[in-house]
Design a protein. Structure first.
Length: 308
């Protein structure tokens, strides 16, 4: 469990974290969302005990990060955002060093290393020097060292950035599995990428906690909640879509010609009448999706409000 009370951190005269409080229970997967410079990385470092707060306190599984640094280090796994690109050590050598640092030896050490190499599909990288790996693969190695000791709290900073779509999917599945055994906090700028695995959302901006809510509630606050996005190879009759009951507006995707998003008025379900119109007109639709709400859009608007 994590308890943060009135946490403040200054860099010079600037408040990077400003009077922030929250509680996280065990077996939660929490998304920490915000734009670049919002304070996400600083907050994770404060939780990991790598930075000292100016005021307030952080407690990890009952241990204060200021007074019980060793216990906190044992309880936490931390994957930093920049990766580990400065080291010329091989991946195998690095993971072996971390296992030794965590006081594993013999059969137990080998068992943990084998498991982590298999989980993160690192076999082909073991002889590679860390500083020769692309940033995305460095993050995979950083995640491996973070979970090697089965921590009670796992802090991840942009764990999927720079990875291929296949690798991102694998990491998201792993994070979801890990959250069944520990508290996981995942910081990211791409909120929608984690919407399927996080149950709770923390939105931070200007060092302040702007929102702390279950993920579905944050999605429902998006103007794209219950919107319908459709695509066709031939031009669509936008007027016919616009006059359907419950339609609030239509947005054309400038980056994908032929793709439009039909926005819904609050409390209206527009998917059925759109489906009926498609069938009636015989439109050849290549994609048709009911949107759960776009988290990036919500976070953007919350962040704009915080900066005013």
């Amino acid at each position: 469990m994590i308890e943060i009370s009135n946490l403040t951190k200054k860099l010079g005269k600037q408040h990077v974290i400003n009077d922030l409080s929250l509680v996280a229970q065990g077996q939660e997967c929490i998304g920490l969302f915000g734009h670049g410079g919002a304070g996400k990385t600083t907050l994770l470092k404060l939780m990991a005990g790598l930075l000292k707060p100016c005021s307030g306190h952080v407690s990890i599984l009952g241990f204060n990060t200021r007074t019980h640094r060793l216990q906190v280090a044992q309880a936490i796994g931390y994957q930093p955002e920049p990766g580990i690109n400065r080291s010329t050590m091989s991946v195998a050598g690095f993971l072996n060093l971390i296992a030794t640092f965590r006081r594993f030896c013999g059969a137990e050490k080998r068992k943990r290393l084998d498991r982590i190499i298999m989980q993160l599909e690192l076999s082909a990288l073991l002889k590679e020097p860390l500083n020769a790996l692309p940033m995305g693969l460095q993050r995979k190695v950083a995640l491996a060292q973070a979970i090697l000791h089965d921590p009670g709290v796992l802090l991840l900073d942009e764990p999927t950035e720079g990875l291929s779509p296949y690798q991102q999917c694998k990491i998201r599945t792993l994070i979801q599995t890990l959250a069944e055994e520990m508290t996981v906090i995942v910081a990211t700028r791409d909120c929608d990428a984690l919407s399927g695995i996080c149950t709770r959302a923390l939105v931070i901006g200007g060092g302040r906690l702007l929102a702390d809510t279950p993920m579905p509630e944050l999605q429902r606050s998006s103007r794209y909640y219950r919107a319908v996005t459709l695509a066709a190879d031939t031009p669509l009759d936008l007027l016919a879509l616009a006059v359907l009951p419950g339609v609030a507006g239509i947005e054309e995707d400038r980056h994908s010609p032929g793709t439009v998003t039909v926005l819904a008025m609050p409390g209206h379900a527009i998917y059925p009448p759109i489906s009926a119109l498609i069938a009636k007109r015989g439109w050849q639709i290549t994609a048709l999706n009911l949107e759960p709400g776009r988290l990036n859009d919500v976070v953007h608007h919350l962040s704009q409000g915080a900066s005013l």
